[in-house]
Design a protein around this ligand. Structure first.
Ligand code: NAI
Ligand code: GGE
Length: 284
């Protein structure tokens, strides 16, 4: 509970120009925060900023083009935030790619793309921004977008995606205590299906990881998949995230539709665990 009010706070949202990130940006702006949208795609940035234009708080929003996998660019962005706002208060590690394809055809280009953005980008966010968030002494919060895919056993064509999201989840769980001691809250966003451009993984691939990919065909097909009316609106997720920050919730879960699969996975691990209390090694 380090953030008790969004007024006067600065939030930096990666992947903030589309889908879930944009939904979070809109809600945080509505609730009084200053928001910096950081996104790979200039086309997304242009349409996102146009949606704020003319609104009462459009001055509270700005944007910068950033690839979260570039540590140099990330460090530059952080230096700008330090100079302009005296450092950020809220980091939302949301940029991610929904890559999928036949796992046995995956090449290192596919692993590097999926892990590079989905977990590498999150780690770059923590490493780049934590020093300024600790140094300014105002307390703060980090939200990272994983997925309910991290909580269930996923089909093989989403193996890279699921593994990268599980890494986000476990990293955040592990560091939460250390960061609490620095007045920095940690939340993991675990969404179910949300209306967004998640199926455009192909467009977000850098050229050097497009060459040699084994996923070209499946990602071209994926790009045709339509968003369903039944999927949640990004602004609804944004409201859950804002409430989750104020309550320092560890898990922000948008849907209950996979609960049986979540329970089955947790139960399978428990079932494989011996009941004996190995007293002799308990101290290890
Ligand atoms: P989206 O594609 O609409 O938004 C993601 C944004 O991230 C895009 O604007 C894209 O340009 C940007 N981005 C991609 N790679 C980037 C990079 N290297 N550096 C900076 N920005 C980059 O998709 P969505 O769904 O809003 O995705 C947001 C997060 O939510 C992702 O981490 C995704 O895995 C996760 N998620 C989405 C779900 C859904 O149903 N839409 C469900 C569960 C998780
Ligand atoms: C909505 O589209 C997608 C997608 O193409 C890939 C991954 C996801 C959404 C999400 O991260 C979630 C779906 O909410 O992933 C899943 C979680 C649990 C079961 C199945 C999932 O995706 C198929």
């Amino acid at each position: 509970m380090y953030i008790t009010d969004f007024t006067g706070r600065t939030a930096f949202i990666t992947g903030g120009a589309s889908g879930i990130g944009l939904g979070i940006a809109k809600v945080l702006v509505e609730r009084g925060a200053r928001v910096v949208i950081a996104d790979l795609r200039q086309d997304h940035i242009d349409t996102a900023l146009a949606q704020f234009a003319g609104g009462g708080r459009s001055n509270a929003v700005s944007a910068l083009q950033l690839d979260v996998t570039s540590r140099e660019a990330y460090a530059e962005a952080a230096a700008r935030m330090q100079a302009e706002f005296g450092g950020i208060d809220i980091l939302v590690n949301n940029a991610g790619v929904g890559l999928e394809g036949p796992v046995l055809q995956a090449t290192y280009a596919d692993y590097d793309f999926g892990f590079g953005v989905n977990i590498g980008g999150v780690i770059n966010g923590f490493v780049t921004f934590l020093p300024q968030m600790i140094a300014h002494g105002r307390g703060g919060h980090v939200v990272s977008t994983a997925s309910l895919a991290a909580e269930v056993v996923m089909p093989a064509h989403l193996a890279i995606y699921a593994a990268s999201k599980a890494a986000v989840c476990h990293y955040c769980e592990a560091v939460k205590g250390e960061l609490a001691a620095q007045q920095i809250g940690v939340s993991i966003l675990l969404p179910g299906p949300i209306k967004s451009n998640i199926h455009q993984a192909q467009l977000n691939r850098p050229d050097h990881l497009r060459a040699g990919s084994g996923f070209a065909e499946s990602e071209a097909k994926l790009a045709q998949r339509e968003v369903s009316d039944s999927w949640m609106e990004p602004e609804e997720v944004g409201n859950m995230v804002a409430d989750g920050i104020l309550a320092d919730k560890t898990y922000i879960v948008t849907h209950g539709i996979f609960k049986d699969w979540q329970r089955a996975r947790a139960q399978a691990v428990l079932d494989a665990t011996p009941d004996v209390d190995n007293a002799a090694v308990r101290g290890l």
